[in-house]
Design a protein around this ligand. Sequence first.
Ligand code: PEP
Ligand code: MG
Length: 325
Amino acid sequence: RQAKYAALRDMSSTSKDGVKLSLNINAGLLIDVDHFHETGADGIGLFRTELQFMVRSQMPKVDEQTALYSKVLDNLNGKPVVFRTLDVGGDKVLPYLRTKAEENPALGWRAIRIGLDRPALLRSQLRAMVRAAAGRELSLMFPMIAEVSEFIEAKAILKKEIEKESKRSGSEPAKINIGSMIEVPSIVWQLPHLLNEVDFVSVGSNDLMQFFFAVDRGNPKISDRYDTLSPSLLKLLRKIVDDCTAANVPLSVCGDIAGRPLEAMALMGLGYRNFSMSAETLGPVKEMALSVDIDQLRDFVLKLCDVRDHSVRDQLRSFARDHSI
Ligand code: PEP
Ligand code: MG
């Protein structure tokens, strides 16, 4: 099977009916850059910067962060990389960042909430990204945005860092794309406002599902209870496509569903074109993508948004079988 996927490495990510797709990998450490080359991915759609923080016993200094981001950009040779600012708290604990035990850590002091409350930490990270990307393109996004005001505040911190860096070194990124993750349901209901502020958005379906269904993503007892292919979730995901299309804002999905062929197929039917997934799932998703006729798929998937039972998965399987996908 591995050899089969290796053969797909150099093929362009285009559906059977010629729709251009972007298939990217999720990354977090330098070793993932090797995976990028092995898979022939179109880019890195989610670089989880917290990994560098989690593998250390001390907070990485700005220079160390800069060195990592520079190496990633060097190695990608101009292919896109989306850095995500620190997403810690919840289940991701930093031994050197003291926090109080919380009763509901997933709903607690985490991600951008820490970034905005402790701006020194966020600033140091943004400084490192801006330095690493001097003279080249920088794409970054903020995690767990629940309200537009949080995004605006985070963006203002970034703008200040760019100014400071420009004064200090006389250089700045050639282009900056600032994005927001969509992983808290409330922001979906503020999307038109958010989309006025961003250059792109990316759906973090792991957290989005967790909050949408009120189901702890790490609890095996309930992890199978709510299907990722539930009509209500499909409808939510479709609304995001509609709003982004209307506002002409690039959209991607970087949660685990992007890396499961059947789910990714459903997402293609809903209108998603840009996916970021763990490296080992890229082959199977690409294989599906190359054999799917998205035009045929669209109406079928849109109808599934309105079924009232748990049949979506089976219906998608039948569709795949009937169309030799
Ligand atoms: C997500 O929530 O879907 C996501 C991509 O972020 P993480 O899995 O790192 O929380
Ligand atoms: Mg998340």
